[in-house]
Write a protein that binds this ligand. Structure first.
Ligand code: NDP
Length: 449
């Protein structure tokens, strides 16, 4: 049995109750076969794959807090510190009722390779809680965030582990967490990224993941002799990534015609009105139904079932899934291919199922996974860490142009890695291989730790 298959069996047996984690490991290890096969003896002896699939540490804790009615609520907090071979652990905090250990481990595992791809010195981790921020008052959010940090602070630090935002964790939550960390530790340091601009945040961080996704997509198109001008784009989600992906796509001359949330989706053939979208989502914190109500050209479609991903049935040139994991399945991939989609680039983490990915690739769609395509967020977080370390703030344009350089660099790194191992055009394999090689070289150099 090959070393990859042997380790996959062990991972499945050891983590049988963690489907998302198994899915992520299966996808990554399968795509690493060429590089693992070429170094099988050495990697097996050093147990590289066993070590890289086992987090350095997994922390789970109780988060008690008091709601506005005086009722004590209890959530579960997580921080998985996956691998710090190339730098301090870095990765977001997800606040969503679906959060469990499997999801945090899959995200932490993927983060290791993504962070490596950015070329910046950051290891991989992820955390969060099954707390649902939806419908909570600011006071309740603060109580939760303070309680969460009262335990988490023991494990993090500017040179140890630097969490960031993710689903459900935006500037407000990071602010509350940073305040509590500072209070408990009496230490003003860059322990979190995604901070507000008045206390150490970076310009362009808010825009970074969505903008970065488009910088990479534009480079992909350019290298295939195409431009973004006039392209019709489907985007899912309507949160941070989706909003700024839509904005940059339209700045590049494309037309974004869809958005979604967990209850429904919109089709706006005239192109999304970005200012209206921001007003609805960022100012009013309202749902897409309000966008549709305020915009004549937009149709709202309520979600009929968990598998209703209507946005992928629209005829588009480019699809950018920017909501959540497993939101683009085989049926969706078939609809996209039938409608002549050229490129699919993932703004979210693992939004495309393995079967859908394979179908898209087999049908000649240029497919770039989230590890590469959404790395702009964490890359800019690392730029925020640099600014915090030197106690300086860079201008928007300075950060944005570094971001663009990083994303263009990532595209070429994954393209080159795929070609080097005879997998030209397989950007999933290219991303995994390029990210993996750097981490493994560092692990080997640092001995058995
Ligand atoms: P937000 O919380 O801002 O937005 C998430 C969006 O996805 C919302 O529209 C939300 O709808 C929708 N969504 C969430 N869960 C589900 C679900 N189970 N089913 C359907 N829709 C859902 O998050 P972000 O935009 O920050 O993150 C989106 C994705 O991008 C995530 O996978 C995240 O890990 C990834 N990512 C984010 C980065 C960042 O910098 N923000 C960096 C790299 C990756 P609703 O409002 O109804 O919940």
């Amino acid at each position: 049995m090959s070393y990859v298959d042997e380790v996959l069996e062990k991972v499945k047996a050891k983590n049988a109750d963690q489907p998302e984690f198994i899915q992520a490991v299966t996808e990554v290890l399968n795509s690493l076969r060429p590089v693992v096969d070429a170094n099988e003896e050495q990697y097996r002896k050093l147990a590289i794959l066993e070590r890289i699939t086992e987090p350095d540490r997994q922390i789970m804790f109780r988060v008690p807090w008091v709601d506005d009615k005086g009722q004590v609520q209890v959530n579960r907090g997580f921080r998985v510190q996956f691998n710090n071979a190339i730098g301090p652990y870095k990765g977001g905090l997800r606040l969503h009722p679906s959060v469990n250990l499997s999801i945090i481990k899959f995200l932490g595992f993927e983060q290791v390779f993504k962070n490596s791809l950015t070329t910046l010195p950051i290891g991989g981790g992820k955390g969060g809680s099954d707390f649902d921020p939806k419908g909570k008052s600011d006071n309740e959010i603060m109580h939760f965030c303070q309680s969460f940090m009262t335990e988490l602070y023991k494990y993090i630090g500017a040179d140890t582990d630097v969490p960031a935002g993710d689903i459900g964790t935006g500037a407000r939550e990071i602010g509350f967490m940073f305040g509590q960390y500072k209070r408990i530790r009496d230490l003003y340091e860059g322990v979190l990224t995604g901070k507000g601009l008045t206390y150490g945040g970076s310009l362009a961080r808010t825009e970074a993941t969505g903008y970065g996704l488009l910088y990479l997509t534009q480079e992909l198109m350019k290298c295939h002799g195409e431009s973004m001008e006039g392209k019709v784009v489907a985007i899912s989600g309507s949160g941070n990534v989706a909003t700024y992906a839509a904005q940059k796509a339209q700045q590049m001359g494309a037309k974004v015609v869809t958005l979604s949330d967990s209850t429904g989706w919109i089709y706006d053939p005239e192109g999304i009105d970005i200012e209206l979208l921001k007003e609805v989502k960022e100012v009013k914190r309202a749902r897409l139904t309000e966008y549709a109500a305020a915009r004549k050209s937009a149709e709202y479609h309520e979600k009929k079932s968990a598998d209703d991903h209507g946005v992928w049935n629209i005829k588009v040139d480019i699809a950018l899934p920017c909501a959540t994991q497993n939101e683009l399945n085989l049926e969706d991939a078939k609809a996209l291919v039938a409608n002549g989609v050229k490129a699919v680039c993932e703004g979210a983490n693992m939004p495309t199922t393995i079967e859908a990915t394979e179908y898209l690739q087999k049908n000649g769609v240029w497919f770039v996974g989230g590890k590469a395509a959404n790395a702009g967020g964490v890359a800019t977080s690392a730029l925020e860490m640099s600014q915090n370390s030197e106690r300086l703030s860079w201008s928007f344009d300075e950060v944005d142009s570094k971001l663009k350089g990083i994303m263009v660099g990532i595209y070429h790194a994954i393209d080159d890695a795929a070609k080097k191992y005879g997998k030209e055009g397989d950007y999933v394999a290219g991303a995994n291989i390029a990210g993996f090689e750097k981490v493994v070289n560092a692990m080997i150099a640092q001995g058995v730790v």
